[in-house]
Write a protein that binds this ligand. Structure first.
Ligand code: ZN
Length: 185
């Protein structure tokens, strides 16, 4: 998050467009933070995108395109990897952008498999919200405090905040039960 991955993907897709290739960009319908039809980076760079409900829709709507982008790919289920591989096997260039870790720093959805199967992987770093160092994790905050570890992995548009944090500044969330145990001890 905040690492510029959407921006980097848009840059690559734009270059393909300039080269005269047929390009299409997908995004999960779940993500309507900014705009229903566009992928918009945190820096404001935008590109029109096709919102899809799942991997089957990607496979169907990618036909006839030479370059396929998938933004926020962590929100798709595991089968998005097979869909991407099937496209790549047909000679399509597939560019996926996603968060590799959820707010607990656990591998996010289909990302581990995708990272393993991809020919090229670039891990981008954000800037830590706390100390300004290179950030590789996402801190979820609810009312300003770390969200509980047991919280849902995917919450879009809720009254929560996300910050890029480095390894040292990332704070694990405490579950209510753990808090009670701590008091009892
Ligand atoms: Zn930090």
């Amino acid at each position: 998050m905040f690492s510029g991955k959407s921006e980097e993907m848009i840059r690559r897709l734009r270059r393909a467009e300039i080269a005269g290739q047929r390009v299409i960009l997908f995004k999960p319908r779940i993500d309507d933070r900014y705009d229903n039809a566009d992928v918009v980076s945190h820096a404001g760079v935008r590109m029109s995108a096709v919102p899809v409900d799942g991997h089957a829709e990607i496979a169907a709507r990618a036909r006839g395109h030479e370059v396929v982008g998938v933004d926020e790919v962590q929100f798709f289920d595991e089968q998005v990897v097979a869909a991407a591989l099937a496209l790549a096997d047909r000679g399509v260039r597939v560019i996926c952008a996603g968060l590799d870790q959820d707010f607990r720093r656990r591998p996010f959805g289909p990302m581990p498999e995708l990272l393993a199967r991809a020919e090229f992987v670039d891990k981008l770093q954000a800037v830590c919200h706390r100390c300004g160092g290179p950030a590789t994790t996402t801190q979820r905050l609810v009312d300003g405090v770390p969200a509980p570890y047991s919280g849902d992995t995917i919450v879009v548009g809720a009254a929560e905040q996300y910050e890029a944090r480095c390894r040292d500044c990332h704070e694990p969330g405490v579950d209510a039960a753990d808090a009670v145990d701590a008091v009892a001890a």
